[in-house]
Write a protein that binds this ligand. Structure first.
Ligand SMILES: Cc1ncc(C[n+]2csc(CCOP(=O)(O)OP(=O)(O)O)c2C)c(N)n1
Length: 377
């Protein structure tokens, strides 16, 4: 059995000290260690955990995702189209419930047989975490070699690997009372996506970074202006706000603007609650709501009867707003730039997308590389 405290110190020494995950009883001691001694973000699902850890890694820290193998299935989208595609490798721990030969619950039977195969298929390197602490330095060398090759690395954790680790008393931050911001609009005409993107690009502040969601939003932002402080998400739909949360938590002096879509928000709506809970000081979450999946042909989403502002407020988001016209958007962005905090802004936009929209000629991993250079520059 591993002494969790000693193992945690070894991880900490290797700078793996930003964790996000969803619990599994096999990992409970490690999660308790991460909560006690490191930074830990309790994600709503395992895909969000991967995206949050990836955001932290993009921001220069070493992100770690923790999950039960039943949740590895939830994480396949970002592992295959965010970490792999953008070459942002992370460290992960996945438990092995349902290990063949051991008695476990029926729902773990299949995942117990295919966990390692799934990791290999996703081109994630992995080993079984040794229960001998003397082996750990060697295993961490294997981790380093994988990360160096831009491959994510997962430890597969068998039952009773970690010694028990009590959880220290947690001082939860006091919830911030969410407030609605109202901007009087003289001309509340639905804007095109491009107009909103132009307003963001026009911001004059060199601490700003902009993350745009999958599909037309990222592509159109690229068309409006291609800059080193931009990241155009591809694949991993719904992960942009979690990526932004991880980034904002580790880069508190940057101004992180996430541009989301209604379809993308709906796909991983739990991330609203996670972000609100961790109260980032510098995260502006704009939701461009055209009521459709414009990127895939204009199929309707279910956002039409949804009150996005009310949902964000009910999740505890510090400031929420609903703005329509160009002036409204500009004013809300200006206000946030001035005071910071975590704001969620719902912006209905017209459903039309440009007839022909180019795709970034720069590849995703090049975008990520230059974004990291921008951050450290
Ligand atoms: C997990 C996943 N499912 C489906 C897709 C295909 N897909 C790409 S963009 C998109 C629509 C996104 O809708 P929304 O966020 O509302 O933005 P819009 O297209 O309207 O700009 C879909 C379904 C994907 N990339 N990833």
């Amino acid at each position: 059995m591993l002494d969790t405290q000693v193992f945690g110190h070894l991880l900490n020494e290797a700078k793996f000290n930003f964790f996000s995950g969803v619990p599994c009883s096999f990992l409970k001691p490690l999660i308790n260690y991460a909560i006690n001694e490191c930074e830990y973000v309790a994600a709503a699902n395992e895909g969000d955990a991967v995206a949050i850890a990836t955001g932290a890694t993009l921001g220069g820290r070493r992100g770690v995702a923790l999950m039960q193998n039943s949740g590895l299935t939830n994480a396949t989208s970002p592992l295959t189209s965010l970490n792999y595609t953008f070459k942002i490798p992370i460290l992960g721990f996945v438990s092995l419930r349902g290990e063949p030969g051991l008695k476990d619950e029926p729902q773990h039977e299949l995942m117990g047989q295919i966990t390692e195969k799934m990791l290999s298929l996703m081109e994630v390197d992995w080993v079984y975490l040794s229960s001998d602490i003397k082996e750990i330095p060697n295993q961490l060398k294997i981790v380093e070699a994988s990360l160096e090759r831009e491959r994510s690395f997962f430890f597969v954790v068998k039952k009773d690997t970690f010694s028990s680790q009590p959880l220290n008393e947690i001082n939860n931050p006091l919830p911030i009372e969410p407030k609605e911001i109202t901007i009087p609009e003289t001309n509340p005409i639905l804007q095109k996506r491009r107009d909103v993107l132009q307003s963001i690009v026009d911001i004059k502040n060199d601490q700003t970074v902009v993350l745009a969601t999958t599909g037309h939003t990222g592509r159109e932002l690229y068309e409006v202006s291609d800059r080193t402080n931009h990241l155009y998400m591809v694949g991993s739909m719904g992960c942009i706000s979690s990526l932004g949360l991880g980034l904002s938590l580790v880069q508190p002096h940057k101004k992180v603007i996430v541009i989301d879509g209604d379809g993308s928000l709906l796909m991983r709506m739990g991330s609203l609650a996670t972000a609100a809970n961790y109260q980032p000081k510098n995260l502006l979450h704009l939701i461009l709501d055209n009521g459709i999946h414009a990127s895939t042909g204009g199929q309707k989403t279910v956002s039409n009867i949804m009150d996005v502002k009310a949902i964000a407020k009910a999740c505890g988001t510090q400031r929420v707003a609903h703005v329509v016209g160009k002036k409204g958007v500009q004013q809300i962005v200006d206000q946030w730039m001035e005071v910071g905090g975590h704001w969620c802004v719902h912006i209905p936009i017209s459903p039309e997308s440009p007839k022909s929209l180019s795709r970034p000629s720069i590849r995703p991993h090049e975008v990520a590389k230059r974004f990291r250079e921008h951050l450290s520059g």
